[in-house]
Design a protein around this ligand. Structure first.
Ligand SMILES: *Cc1c(COP(=O)(O)O)cnc(C)c1O
Length: 236
């Protein structure tokens, strides 16, 4: 990582934004076309406050109860919350009630429950489908060939707004290999757009592969470590 561990969250945010900007330039992406989602899982509310004070608005969390507790403690701030973790069907209500976005939808049953449970007062829940581009059995997400049917079905649900696709690829260090996986997601999204779906979000890229993701059309990078530093050990 090219951000030293002793720097403040504000300094790290500046460094991450500079990386995004440099990648936009290097790969001829429009300036400002890649959003930064700060992934704050296992980091404290103080850390989130520090990031918010430095201008960060969008935060990503993986664990529902942790996220709901933090959100309650940060209710004085006007932040946007993205649920990026795996969602079990018995937890959909909490996600539908407490988040602006859900990134990791991988089956219609979950989407239908979120649609039914989304409070009218909050407006549609912004959603992405999680795709397993590497085909690893251990990774969550639908396979590329299952995406069109699921996407067209979700697009019919009135209280969800399908924004695009998300992937969490296997950890690779080679830029060309990283790009190859992201390109599969990007091509899949283009096919869906050609089929008439109005999608504008490709949620791909993390601390170690954001350049590859921006090169392949990411519109939203999910960055944890490079913003907040190493995650504290899980206490559970
Ligand atoms: C933890 C996590 C991230 C952030 O990963 P870093 O390597 O810390 O940037 C991004 N996306 C998902 C789905 C995650 O679970």
């Amino acid at each position: 990582m090219n951000t030293p561990t002793h720097s403040s969250i504000a300094e790290r945010l500046t460094a991450v934004k500079a990386r995004i900007q440099a990648a936009e330039q290097d790969y001829e992406r429009a300036p400002g076309s890649v959003q930064l989602l700060a992934v704050s899982k296992r980091h404290s509310v103080e850390a989130i406050r520090e990031a918010a004070a430095a201008g960060q608005i969008a935060f990503g969390e993986n664990y529902l109860q942790e996220a709901i507790d933090k959100r309650a403690q940060l209710s004085d701030l006007n932040l946007t919350w993205h649920f990026i973790g795996a969602l079990q069907s018995n937890k959909t209500r909490a996600a539908a009630e407490s988040f602006d976005w859900v990134h990791a939808i991988d089956r219609l049953k979950i989407a239908r429950r979120l649609d039914e449970q989304r409070p009218d007062s909050l407006g549609p829940l912004q959603c992405c489908i999680q795709v397993n581009v590497s085909g690893e059995a251990s990774k969550a997400g639908v396979s590329l060939d299952e995406v069109p049917a699921l996407a067209h079905a979700i697009a019919q649900l009135p209280n969800l707004r399908l924004r695009g696709l998300m992937t969490l690829p296997e950890a690779l260090t080679d830029l060309a290999e990283q790009r190859a996986g992201f390109r599969l997601l990007s091509n899949c999204q283009s096919t869906l757009i050609d089929q008439g779906l109005k999608l504008d979000t490709l949620s791909m890229g993390m601390s170690n592969d954001l350049e590859a993701a921006v090169a392949e059309g990411s519109t939203l990078v999910r960055i944890g470590t490079a913003v907040f530093g190493p995650r504290p050990e899980s206490t559970s």
